[in-house]
Design a protein around this ligand. Structure first.
Ligand SMILES: [Zn+2]
Length: 414
């Protein structure tokens, strides 16, 4: 199968004009100028005046919250928003049908946005994973574990659900997400770390999302203690690590390249140095970050220190869409000094690396899956990727393992 486009941007390597990607059995076998293809035969799929890129990777999202789109708009402060979200969620008593429908919507929107792989955190893996397993989307599904105070006893049940091999499929990998430092106690985090290590499962954790988190980890008080009391989760046996969250995760051996940290909005120089040394990835969620009015994210310094920074949308409860392309455009507007090549890499190969999939996807090169997205580049004098990121075009087609996943039905001309 030959995919032909006005431009091919492989991420590893420079843009190819009148380029082509050849796939066999779903995997890429050749990338280059169409006129110079070697062995490929057959009628090409001509994608037209677009840039053909590796599919976008949304490294941090929660598709099971897709039904809360616009219902709990962030109004600047994280803890009141989280309280409202949890109240809304428990009032709606999500069941298997409503959760599956939310996930289905999330999958559909992701594909339409040219996202071909996701790191998805789910509180109900048994309801979410059947949908992911049936879809074409490539996913690492992190089952969320909350185990603190009155929720302490949920640990083993949640952990077993998170790491159950039952739903693992060629495009679906399972992992565990100890939710955040204010929702998991030290013994529970250790248990999650051991269980993940035992089977080589990836770990995702929300970390340093708010300024109040460190105080809770160190001293067990402050706004998060009040939050847990309000939620009737607090009890007098709540245990906290007594150290800052980065030191805590390092102590538990959780700062390896198998760990993905979501947000990392409040990080000190010393913590940055530890992250750089240990090698976890960081999912920066630009529009969610902006919605809560956090100080500027330190992703530039992270990149300069060699930390693998990737892009997440977080859920539709805090973000207008599941589009990684729109996240990149947001960063582009806020940080015009960052090159378009760097941004596209964050939204593709860096996300693949964060999910442990960089030997399979994230760049257009032989032996990787033919996960592709076609994005029109408006004409103009600027460089190709600048035109893509400065424009407003939306993907016209997306492919996973060479199979078209968006638009899902053949488009009939006329
Ligand atoms: Zn999240």
């Amino acid at each position: 199968m030959i995919f032909r486009a006005k431009w091919v941007y492989p991420v590893e390597g420079s843009a190819i004009e009148n380029g082509a990607v050849v796939a066999e059995g779903g995997k890429i076998v050749e990338v280059g100028p169409f006129a110079a293809l070697r062995g490929a035969t057959g009628e090409p799929v001509d994608l037209g005046d677009v840039v053909l890129l590796p599919g976008f990777v949304n490294a941090h999202t929660h598709l099971d919250l897709s039904d809360l789109h616009g219902q709990v708009p962030p109004q600047g402060l994280f803890i009141p928003w989280l309280s409202a979200l949890m109240q809304k969620r428990s009032a709606a008593t999500p069941d298997e049908t409503s959760t599956a429908e939310a996930v289905r919507r999330g999958i559909e929107e992701s594909l339409a946005c040219g996202v071909t792989a996701i790191g998805d955190v789910t509180t109900t893996p048994d309801w979410t994973r059947p949908m992911l397993a049936r879809s074409h989307l490539r996913s690492v599904s992190f089952g969320e574990v909350i185990a603190i105070g009155q929720r302490r006893s949920m640990l083993e049940r949640r952990l077993a659900a998170a790491l159950a091999a039952e739903w693992a499929a060629p495009r679906l990998r399972v992992g565990v997400s100890p939710h955040a430092p204010y929702t998991i106690e030290p013994a529970a985090l250790r248990r999650c770390a051991e269980a993940a290590r035992e089977i080589g499962a990836p770990v995702c954790m929300h970390l340093l999302e708010t300024a109040q988190e460190e105080r809770f980890a160190v001293a067990g008080d402050g706004d998060f203690r009040e939050f847990l009391m309000r939620m009737k989760v607090w009890d007098d046996r709540v245990d906290t690590p007594g150290v800052d969250p980065v030191t805590w995760l390092e102590r538990e051996g959780l700062l390896s390249s198998k760990t993905l940290l979501a947000h990392v909005n409040y990080v000190t120089d010393a913590q940055l140095a530890v992250l750089a040394e240990r090698g976890p990835s960081v999912a920066y969620c630009p529009r969610t970050h902006a919605a809560f009015g956090h100080p500027p994210h330190r992703f530039r310094e992270m990149l300069a220190r060699g930390i693998n920074v990737c892009i997440g949308t977080d859920s539709l409860a805090s973000n207008p869409s599941l589009s990684v392309l729109e996240e990149l455009r947001h960063v582009r507007r806020a940080c015009p000094d960052i090159s378009a090549e760097t941004l596209v890499r964050l939204g593709t190969l860096a996300g693949a690396k964060a999910l442990g999939l960089d030997d399979q996807i994230g760049a257009l090169m032989p032996r990787r899956w033919a996960d592709l997205v076609a994005v029109p580049a408006p004409s103009g004098k600027k460089l190709l990727l600048d035109r893509v990121l400065d424009g407003t075009s939306v993907p016209t087609a997306a492919y996973i393992a060479g199979k078209r996943v968006y638009p899902s039905e053949p488009v009939v001309a006329g």
